[in-house]
Design a protein around this ligand. Structure first.
Ligand code: SF4
Length: 165
């Protein structure tokens, strides 16, 4: 234990500085409830993504970005979640599972759209297997993080900005 503390004091904090990000990629439609600050549980739903958005989301939990330092963590069930992150265009096969997941998230059912596809279908818009994006099914997210895919820094800052003001 002493060695761990000694190394920590010698090496300093190794997590990434997230202060540089692209503000233009963040759109806040509704403020997140302040009561969730420091303890935000997220269930992720891939509605039909190409998986690049998932790679960036997965990076949030590594020791480099370490999103848990902000009290934000991913959980396995919508019933344990305060918020849903949505990626990808909404495919016909994922439309009902998305609605089922939303039903199981306790109010206020915070929705966070990750990536261009989540909002309007992105590059898959108009494809035969696609219902569309959140706006096509009349769901307004609290936050949209734009990008194809968005960067981990933009995602973290977008979520944190949702609590500001
Ligand atoms: S926004 Fe880009 S990276 Fe994300 S699912 Fe769509 S095509 Fe893939």
């Amino acid at each position: 234990m002493f060695n761990v503390i000694k190394t920590f004091l010698k090496e300093g904090i190794k997590t990434e500085d997230i202060s540089s990000y692209n503000e233009d990629n963040i759109a806040i439609y509704k403020k997140l409830p302040k009561t969730l600050k420091g303890s935000l549980n997220i269930r992720h739903i891939d509605c039909g993504s190409c998986n690049a958005c998932e790679y960036e989301l997965t990076a949030l939990s590594n020791i480099f970005y370490d999103i848990e330092r902000f009290g934000i963590r991913f959980v396995a069930s919508p019933k344990h979640a305060d918020a849903l992150t949505i990626t990808g265009p909404i495919t016909r096969n994922m439309y009902k599972p998305l609605l089922d997941a939303m039903k199981n998230v306790p109010n206020p059912k915070v929705i966070i759209a990750i990536g261009d596809c989540a909002m309007d279908g992105g590059i898959f818009k108009g494809a035969y297997g696609i219902v569309g994006g959140l706006k096509d099914i009349n769901i307004e997210p609290y936050i949209l993080i734009k990008g194809c895919p968005p960067t981990p820094k933009d995602i973290i800052n977008g979520i944190l900005k949702g609590f500001e003001g």
